[in-house]
Design a protein around this ligand. Structure first.
Ligand code: DAH
Length: 356
């Protein structure tokens, strides 16, 4: 037998063996291919080796070398294919359906946003519509019109976030000359981050005749020392009702009904006599933290709108009266969900936020 035909036989084996390996569709078919071609007992490679045993002495180095090459190549090809088939199957498009799924993270509203939406809904049922006002305010709306005169301690620059504008410097030098009973030119006066949402009361009354029945919800800013129940930025819900013949009893009823609507019937609301420049009489409002009757948390202030405020916006205090209240939104949310620290609301810790 010539070396040419032996080499041809090896080549032919290589072609058929590789084609069979490559076209095997699954592990079982590949195993059949292995037995047929590479099987140690009756495999075709074995047969080929037997045939090659007949090569002459001169042919042997060439034929033997080629045989080993082919054996290695087919074996390597088989192993590669075997690894590929034992990998998890991939559907068209590369999606590996055998891998555990990746959970789709669903977004949700911040607990305070949820609370605010619920507040608006509850107050809407009581007939209050929603009004809005700016967070950067002038002194007229934050103080003056609310019956907080220039020498009032609440206006101390250390207790407020005044904006560092040229206007602020101007205010410092002309404070004593300011006409404190007239509305300062809105564009020229100093500006501050509002310290209360009561500002919106003024804005609404300035541009609407009575009767008024509004709430306003938003951020307020105070340079308070931060602790578990205080923050230098928090949210308030302001309420204002102006009409003929309003009473303190109505105010207390609205606040009680509101607190129960949001917190449930086991909450107790308590009113303490207090003072605010823009209400007379004034009360501070507490809610029970639990059922022990020993722990109370202040949730805001309220009262009958001071006649000076009504005059400042051009209302006639002899014709209309009203009540107003300002509630801390974080504290309601804390009570409802037993949040022990107000700082959770702004820490952006997902372990907290995911619980709502
Ligand atoms: N503005 C007050 C504060 O931030 C809360 C308040 C008290 C609002 C009495 C009112 C009110 O509308 O009538 O502490």
């Amino acid at each position: 037998m010539s070396s040419g035909s032996l080499i041809d036989q090896i080549d032919a084996f290589e072609r058929t063996a590789l084609a069979a390996v490559q076209s095997a569709p699954d592990a079982a078919a590949l195993e059949a291919v292995r037995i047929e071609f590479l099987g140690a007992r009756n495999g075709r490679l074995r047969d080929l080796q037997t045939v090659l045993g007949k090569a002459t002495k001169e042919e042997k180095p060439v034929v033997g070398k080629r045989f080993n090459e082919v054996k290695q190549r087919v074996t390597a090809e088989y192993e590669t294919k075997q690894r590929a088939l034992s990998r998890p199957k991939r559907a068209a498009g590369g999606l590996d359906v055998t891998l555990p799924g990746v959970r789709v993270e669903q977004g949700r509203r911040h607990p305070l946003t949820q609370t605010i939406l619920e507040f608006k809904e509850i107050m809407g049922r009581f007939g209050f519509t929603v009004a809005d006002g700016p967070e950067v305010e002038d002194e007229w709306h934050n103080f003056q019109a609310l019956n907080i005169p220039a020498d009032h301690p609440a206006r101390d620059p250390l207790d407020n976030f005044f904006l560092a504008t040229a206007n602020y410097a101007a205010r410092q030098s002309t404070a004593s000359e300011l006409n404190l009973t007239a509305q300062p030119a809105a564009v020229t006066g100093p500006r501050l981050l509002r310290s209360q949402t009561s500002t919106v009361q003024i804005r609404v009354m300035e541009s609407n005749p009575p009767p008024v029945r509004i709430i306003s919800v938003g951020r307020v800013y105070r340079p308070d020392t931060i602790d578990a129940t205080h923050s230098c930025m928090f949210h308030q819900m302001e309420g204002l009702l102006i009409a003929e013949g309003t009473t303190m009893a109505q105010l207390k009823t609205v606040l009680r009904l509101f607190a129960r609507a949001y917190l449930g019937h086991d909450v107790t609301i308590r009113f303490r006599p207090s003072f605010f420049p823009f209400t007379e009489p004034s009360v501070e409002v507490d809610m029970s933290w639990d059922n022990t009757g020993t722990k109370w948390l202040e949730i805001g202030g309220a009262g009958m709108v001071d006649p000076n405020v009504l005059k400042a916006v051009g209302y006639d205090p002899d014709k209309v009266t009203g009540f107003a209240f300002g509630l801390g939104i974080e504290r309601f949310c804390m009570r409802r969900y037993r949040v022990p620290d107000i700082r959770y609301f702004t820490n952006n810790d997902l372990r907290f936020l995911r619980q709502f």
